[in-house]
Ligand binder design. Structure first.
Ligand code: ATP
Ligand code: MG
Length: 387
C-alpha cells in the first residue's frame, strides 16, 4: 500500500524562513468530484472530523540564511543577470528545503523511503496572473535528488493557465481541516493576508498586506527583520492622512477573486503615498499606521464579503503578534481566535497545506477551486518530480 506520509514546505512572501511539516494524511479525502465538502455545513466548529485523521508527526521552522533572504528580496525586482541569479538562488533554497526535510525525518524517526512526496512551494518572486504568469523560484529536481523523495512543485501555474489567480491555494485545505460551515473564516497573516470563507461554495482571496510592509519598514529604519510582538508599532500613533492615502489604493476595492504580492505592496508603493503628504509622519508613526492599514483592510474585506461571520481563526506569523491580534479583535465583527485553539499551531497551517496539496496531486485530485481563484475550471495543482 502506498505511504500516506507527506511533507509540506512553505516559504512565503515574508521571506523569513522555511516552515516544514511531516504529516500522515488520510487517503479518504473530504472533497467530492464537484469540489463541494461533504461535511455538515450547519455543524459545530469542530476540527475532529478531518483534523483527527491528519496526524502531524514533525514540524520545523528554519530561518533563511541572511544572504539568501537578501537575494530573494532583490529578485522581486528587475536587476542585472537576474536569470542566472534566480537559478542559483533556487538551488540554495532547495538546499534549505533539504535541511528542513532532514530535520523532519530525524524528528519523526522516519526514512526518506517512507515519504510519498514533498510539496515544495518555492519562493514567489513575481505574481502577475492578469499578465498570465506567476513565478515561484524553486529547484524541485535538486530537492528530489538530494532527498531521494518525490517532489511536487509549481502549484500555481496551471490555475493561472486556466484563467485563475493561482491564489489562494489553501482554501480547500482549510475547509478539509476545519470543516465547512456558515460563518467561519480562516485568516492567514503571512506577508500577505488571505481569508477563507468556509461556506458553500468556499471562497477565499487576498485582502492586502499583513506583515510585509511592516517588515520592510522596520528593516529600513531599525535594521530588524520584523517588529517582534508589535513592540515598535505599539509606540507609535496612527497617522490619519497616511492611512487614508494607503486605503485609497484601487486594488483594495476590487471584488474577489483577487490576489496580490510584493509586485504591488512594496516600499516604493509606500513611499509614493508618503510623498503625497504635506507633513511627513515619524518612522514609528508610519509603523503604527501600517499595522492599522493591515487591520482595516482585513476588517473591511470581512465586513464586505463575510457579513454572516461567527468566528475567525487566525494563523501565520502575524497571529504571534499580540498588538496586531488585539487591534484585529477590536476591528472585526466577531470573536477572533487562532488555529492553535483548534489544535493546529499557527506556523504549521500553510506548510501542512502543501503536504495536503502534494497528496491531492499524487491522488489526481483537483485542489484549485475555481470559485476561489476565478479559473475557468478546476485543475490539479503542481508538477511531479519523481524520487
Ligand atoms: N512574535 C512575532 N511578533 C511579530 N510578528 C511576528 C512574530 N512572529 C512572526 N511574525 C511575523 O510573521 C511573519 C512570518 O509569517 P509567515 O511565515 O506566516 O508568513 P509568510 O512566510 O509570508 O507565509 P505566507 O505567505 O504563506 O502566508 C514575519 O515576517 C513577521 O512579520
Ligand atoms: Mg514564512
Amino acid at each position: 500500500m502506498p505511504s500516506s506520509y507527506f511533507i509540506g514546505l512553505m516559504s512565503g512572501t515574508s521571506t523569513d524562513g522555511v516552515d516544514g511539516v511531516l504529516a500522515q494524511l488520510p487517503d479518504n479525502r473530504p472533497i467530492d468530484s464537484g469540489l463541494r465538502l461533504r461535511q455538515d455545513p450547519a455543524g459545530p466548529l469542530d476540527v475532529t472530523a478531518s483534523a483527527q485523521a491528519i496526524t502531524v508527526l514533525a514540524s520545523a521552522s528554519l530561518p533563511l540564511p541572511a544572504a539568501l533572504r537578501q537575494e530573494l528580496l532583490a529578485l522581486n525586482s528587475t536587476g542585472p543577470d537576474e536569470l542566472a541569479r534566480a537559478a542559483l538562488a533556487a538551488n540554495t533554497l532547495a538546499d534549505c528545503y533539504a535541511n528542513a526535510v532532514a530535520a523532519l525525518l530525524k524528528q519523526s524517526g522516519l526514512q526518506a523511503a517512507d515519504i510519498r512526496a514533498i510539496g515544495a512551494h518555492g519562493q514567489t518572486v513575481r505574481h502577475a496572473p492578469e499578465s498570465g504568469y506567476t513565478l515561484q523560484i524553486n529547484a524541485p529536481a535538486r530537492l528530489a535528488e538530494y532527498t531521494g523523495i518525490a517532489v511536487v512543485a509549481d502549484f500555481r501555474s496551471r490555475d493561472v493557465a486556466a484563467g485563475g489567480q493561482g491564489a489562494p491555494l489553501v482554501p480547500a485545505f482549510h475547509a478539509a481541516l476545519f470543516g465547512s460551515g456558515a460563518g467561519r473564516v480562516v485568516l492567514n497573516l503571512g506577508g500577505i493576508a488571505n481569508v477563507t470563507l468556509l461556506d458553500d461554495p468556499i471562497q477565499g482571496f487576498d485582502t492586502g498586506p499583513a506583515n510585509m510592509l511592516m517588515d520592510a519598514w522596520i528593516q529600513r529604519h531599525q535594521g530588524q527583520a520584523y517588529d517582534r510582538n508589535g513592540a515598535w508599532a505599539a509606540q507609535g500613533r496612527c497617522h490619519t492622512g497616511l492611512l487614508a492615502a494607503l486605503l485609497a489604493e484601487p486594488w483594495l476595492a476590487l471584488p474577489p477573486p483577487k490576489s496580490t504580492g510584493r509586485d504591488l505592496f512594496n516600499l516604493a508603493w509606500l513611499q509614493a503615498r508618503l510623498d503625497t503628504l504635506s507633513e511627513r509622519p515619524t518612522p514609528v508613526d508610519v509603523q503604527a499606521t501600517l499595522l492599522r492599514f493591515s487591520v482595516e483592510t482585513i476588517a473591511q474585506a470581512v465586513r464586505r464579503h463575510a457579513s454572516g461571520v461567527r468566528a475567525i481563526l487566525a494563523c501565520g506569523g502575524g497571529a504571534l503578534n499580540p498588538v496586531f491580534m488585539q487591534a484585529l479583535s477590536q476591528a472585526l465583527p466577531c470573536p477572533l481566535g487562532t488555529t492553535a485553539d483548534h489544535g493546529v499551531p499557527v506556523q504549521s497551517v500553510e506548510a501542512l497545506a502543501f503536504a495536503w496539496l502534494a497528496q491531492a496531486h499524487v491522488l489526481g485530485l483537483p485542489a484549485c477551486l475555481p470559485a476561489v481563484t476565478g479559473a475557468r475550471h478546476a485543475t490539479i495543482a503542481g508538477c511531479l518530480y519523481p524520487a
